[in-house]
Ligand binder design. Structure first.
Ligand code: V47
Ligand code: SF4
Length: 364
């Protein structure tokens, strides 16, 4: 290790010990450092302080109600134009049927996201939530990214707060973290020019948090973004979290390039995945949880990530469409026992949680 590197790691460790926040420059130096193990060691110090040796998971089911989307983001292999082969929209009955299959497996949470389908009225979303809530009252509804919420405000003619309140009355429990991508407008102009802006995304989350709704946050990395742009994204999240405290978990999402309109990109490397997770743990000192979405990382790397700042492996998932459309080779679901055994074999304590981390219990 060079003297400069040694000084960097000493400086960061001293800051962690004194509780001083890491700066943009600290984050950049870490991203540029080749010493993955030392970065992991530092992230693990924070992880153990916040979450000890616990590794959280939830028994959940994803429901992607439509893949028809007017945004056509270049990194998305899931979305289709209306009428194109493979385009679908689930009826209310289909959604309830899928949820019922999940319930038999003891599902605690439905993670519901879809495209912006101009054919669907606001009532479709309200009926979906209220029927799911009525039939499966024990299932928390974590539904609709900030991008979908902004779209629903547009089609309903309501303000963001009114939209969120109406959805909450219908059964909405919290918001997932998708749609954030990278906040930089340079990146958005290139990869998702029709999508809600970064500022718009943060504003939806601010409004949701002000109403007492919790949410997650994500970052899609591994395409054309620079380390600087990743860090600005993390710092924007840290700033909003200082103001509202409404974020539960941060989930870096590794870009999967297959079948997308972004040509010439490769899957992210294990080193970049672990570094990004670890640096997220270090920069986001006010986020209680860092989640590795095993669907995107793979089960093996998700297991290793527990030593690099991660304290949550998401869930059983049951039927994932977005990443698999873009070439993910992981399974579509894991059983609760498989997740528990992944965590145990990595030397951590499996903790089954609910969506809001308010009821957590160690698995015997
Ligand atoms: O919003 C789309 C991303 C997100 C690709 O909140 C892609 O707990 C990689 O947000 N390669 C949906 N990523 C998934 C998501 C999520 C997943 C797990 C947990 C949580 C949570 C949220 O996936 C989209 C977009 O940002 N995405 N295409 C792709 N080709
Ligand atoms: Fe639509 Fe979301 Fe895919 Fe973009 S990422 S095209 S908004 S479904």
């Amino acid at each position: 290790m060079s003297l400069k590197e040694l000084e960097l790691f000493k400086r960061i460790e001293a800051k962690l010990e004194s509780g001083e926040r890491l700066s943009f420059e600290d984050g950049l130096a870490l991203f540029k450092s080749p010493d993955l193990h030392h970065i992991g060691y530092l992230a693990n110090l924070v992880r153990e302080k916040k979450n000890r040796r616990q590794a959280h998971f939830i028994v959940n089911r994803h429901i992607n109600y439509t893949n028809i989307c007017k945004n056509g983001c270049k990194f998305c292999a899931f979305s289709k134009e209306a009428g194109a082969p493979g385009a679908y929209t689930m009826s209310l009955e289909e959604i309830l049927d899928r949820a019922a299959v999940g319930m038999a497996a003891g599902i605690q949470e439905f993670h519901i996201v879809g495209g912006l389908n101009p054919q669907l009225p606001f009532d479709y979303y309200l009926d979906m939530l209220s029927n799911l809530k009525e039939k499966f009252p024990q299932g928390h509804l974590q539904a609709f990214t900030a991008v979908e919420i902004a779209h629903l405000a547009e089609i309903s003619g309501l303000s963001l707060k009114e939209t969120l309140n109406t959805l909450r009355e219908a059964g909405l429990g919290s918001l997932p973290g998708g749609g954030a991508e990278v906040f930089s407008q340079r990146i958005r102009n290139n990869i998702c020019p029709h999508k809600l802006s970064g500022e718009g995304w943060l504003n939806v989350m601010r409004q949701a948090h002000e109403l007492g709704l919790h949410s997650n946050a994500t970052m899609l990395y591994g395409h054309m973004e620079t380390y600087e742009e990743r860090l600005l994204h993390l710092l924007a999240l840290r700033k909003l979290q200082d103001e509202t405290g409404g974020f539960l978990a941060f989930i870096p999402l590794a870009f999967h390039p297959r079948n997308t309109k972004l040509k010439g990109y490769h899957m992210t490397t294990a080193v970049d995945d672990l570094k990004t997770l670890a640096i997220s743990r270090l920069m986001l000192d006010n986020f209680p949880h860092i989640k590795a979405f095993w669907i995107m990382l793979g089960e093996n790397l998700a297991q290793i990530s527990l030593g690099f700042g991660v304290d949550d492996l998401d869930g059983t998932v049951l039927e994932e469409k977005i990443t698999h459309a873009a070439g993910a080779r992981t399974a579509q679901a894991l059983t609760r026992n498989q997740l528990v055994s992944l965590i145990r074999q990595a030397g951590y304590i499996p903790i089954q949680r609910d969506t809001l981390y308010s009821r957590c219990r160690e698995v015997n």
